[in-house]
Write a protein that binds this ligand. Structure first.
Ligand code: NDP
Length: 325
């Protein structure tokens, strides 16, 4: 065991359930890497795990994503060596100074990328990548609605949809956030705390004119999504920032225009190492070539994690939130 520091929960609860302090991290086993974490990414899923919406075995060290430097390699690892820069997106325990990462879940960080940017690009970047290419292949001339367009995933979705030639309508919780979404390329932004989403989309694009809705907000926006999609359009419900969506009867999809509804999860799009590496390389490559802008909205030291979660849940963040060791 190695003595380290990290963010633990002993029971599910609000941000105050998290404690930063000493933790023990085991040595890397066969096929694993020990990594000194330089930057850990904060994701909305971390709040679901902390609250128990997505239960973890307790006690647990939080955090799924990060970037850092390999400090030791376990038996049988040949593709990475001590000193290599790596990043990852689905390794529990990343809110820590040290973490054990399976070599098969690590991706090399291109030399031009700093660890904060690499960590910030991974989970939300790969999510935006698979949502816009495989869940629904966005193409030129389509109209796309992106909720929470100034958020971590939102700003990346906007950029990828615009790059694909689509017309992008975003939603945002404040005028400042709307400016950020427009800066990322959104053609129009609805301030959905002030204007009804259905009325806003009709005003901007017409009745039932949206080809695909990307909705990570969940409960608060789901009903409107069904009203703005064109016949046979697709509702991609990929998150629950405002709470989980209530059950929906299949017949509702029929009467709303033979709609498609999917509830994708990142894990099913990166289950195989090849797929993880291909998607990550695509995202990190776009970032390196400056085709994808990663906006880091806040950086906190690990011991300020409570502040970071409070801000995220109270809709006070934009882009990516990073924790540093
Ligand atoms: P964000 O940075 O987008 O933060 C969430 C945003 O949601 C807020 O900033 C806020 O923006 C908006 N929001 C609307 N209503 C609420 C509410 N009641 N409480 C809190 N926020 C609200 O987070 P992420 O980019 O990390 O994640 C976005 C969504 O994507 C989450 O639901 C997350 O679980 C999901 N996700 C899903 C993945 C998958 O594979 N299925 C993978 C990664 C993320 P505003 O103020 O503009 O309304």
């Amino acid at each position: 065991m190695t003595q380290s520091h990290g963010v633990r929960i002993e029971q599910f609860g609000g941000p105050q359930a998290m404690r930063y302090g000493p933790i023990e991290v085991r040595e890397p086993g066969e096929g694993e890497l020990a990594v000194a974490v330089a930057a850990a990414g904060v994701n909305f899923i971390d709040t679901y795990q902390r609250s128990g919406l997505y239960p973890l075995e307790l006690p647990a060290t939080l955090g799924m994503e990060g970037a850092g430097t390999v400090s030791a390699v376990g038996a049988g690892v040949s593709e990475f060596a001590v000193g290599d820069a790596v990043a990852w997106l689905d390794v529990q325990g990343s809110y820590a100074r040290d973490v054990v990462v399976p070599a098969a879940r690590a991706v090399p960080v291109p030399p031009g990328l700093d660890p904060r940017t690499a960590a910030a690009a991974m989970l939300q970047g790969v999510t935006a990548q698979y949502l816009t290419t495989d869940t629904f292949a966005v193409s030129a001339g389509q109209t796309v609605l992106v909720h929470a367009a100034a958020g971590g995933v939102g700003l990346l979705l906007v950029q990828l949809c615009v790059a694909a030639g689509a017309r992008v309508i975003g939603t945002a919780g404040s005028p400042d956030k709307a400016d950020l979404a427009r800066g990322a390329g959104a053609h129009e932004v609805i301030l959905y705390r002030e204007e009804d989403v259905v009325a806003g989309v009709e005003r901007l694009a017409g009745r039932r004119a949206v080809d695909v809705v990307y909705d990570g907000v969940g409960q608060a926006t789901f009903a409107a999504d069904l009203e703005v999609l064109r016949p046979r359009g697709m509702l991609v419900s990929f998150g629950n920032a405002s709470g989980p969506v209530e059950p929906v009867a299949p017949l509702r999809l029929a009467t709303s225009g033979s709609l498609f509804l999917t509830r994708p999860m990142l894990g099913h799009y990166v289950a195989k190492t090849d797929e993880l590496r291909t998607r990550s390389a695509a995202v990190l490559g776009m970032v390196e070539r400056r085709h994808l802008d990663i906006r880091i909205g806040a950086v906190h030291p690990l011991d300020q994690v409570v502040t970071a979660h409070e801000a995220l849940e109270q809709r006070r963040t934009t882009g990516k939130v990073i924790l540093t060791s």
